[in-house]
Design a protein. Structure first.
Lengths: 132, 132
DNA sequence: TCTAAATAAAGACGAAACGTCTTAATCACG
DNA sequence: CGTGATTAAGACGTTTCGTCTTTATTTAGA
């Protein structure tokens, strides 16, 4: 059984999170945040992580800027959705419904959370019935 | 940034899935299913995977039986819940609510699925209000 | 009881993953 | 131009994980 690499590794995710917060940034500024009082060596680490994120199409490099700036091409919600789908694929034969059930049953939802969830479901009903 | 091992690897999961389906089984029978027309060498692979699952407390070994039988100590729903929590920890600051929202918004839920979800929410309301 | 087959137990091995680091080429700016 | 920063490409070491080897132990059958 072949090993499968992660979509986004933890170190890569740390960089991506900053980009989500900031919209776009340079290697230098990202490095200073991730490694405060860090040596110059960490710059290359962040550089490599961004290079890999770019290769995997999670990040876009702006070569017009100098120094280059980087920005996410994928939103946080997209990655969440992807992770959820992976969990469904491996544990629920690809179906997402069991994940929903698990979350509703397992997590201690507040009354407010339950209510907003109902609102969300009602909106979906409306969309389907064409009322929009 | 230190690397973190997976909770259950893919090869381990293949074994665990069989145990979930069957309740309990021996190495020999699991091996025959996972590697039909496989050589004798695969027996040791399954053996090792079970040993690791046992070490991680996902599986219990019954040493009274001969040959030893193995059974899950964790249900599928438990692992699903754990994976969901991991996703929440890494992408939602630990909160599960965003996962709920993502699933409801993103997945094409059928009318039946939406309805059963509402029933689930109503049951939770009842529990909280003490009617049960 | 003795032997052969099956199982248990422990460990080793290699490829890949991944975080990190090194080195050399390229660029902007005074 | 030359100095410092940035880009570019790659190497390295540790850990992970699927697999395989070897040896000890147990059961079943003659």
């Amino acid at each position: 059984m072949a090993r499968t690499a992660q979509d986004v590794t933890d170190a890569e995710l740390a960089v991506l999170q900053l980009l989500w917060d900031r919209g776009r940034d340079t290697i230098r500024r990202l490095t200073d945040t991730l490694y405060p009082n860090g040596t110059g060596v960490h710059y290359a680490t962040v550089q490599k992580l961004l290079e890999r994120l770019e290769g995997k199409k999670y990040v876009k490099r702006n070569r017009n800027d100098w120094p280059h700036s980087f920005q996410p091409t994928v939103e946080r919600a997209d990655l969440i959705g992807h992770r959820l789908q992976m969990t469904a694929d491996k544990l629920c034969a690809g179906s997402l419904a069991p994940l929903l059930t698990n979350l509703v049953k397992g997590s201690r939802l507040t009354a407010e959370e339950r209510q907003s969830l109902r609102v969300l479901l009602d909106e979906l009903d409306d969309e389907v019935s064409g009322k929009k």
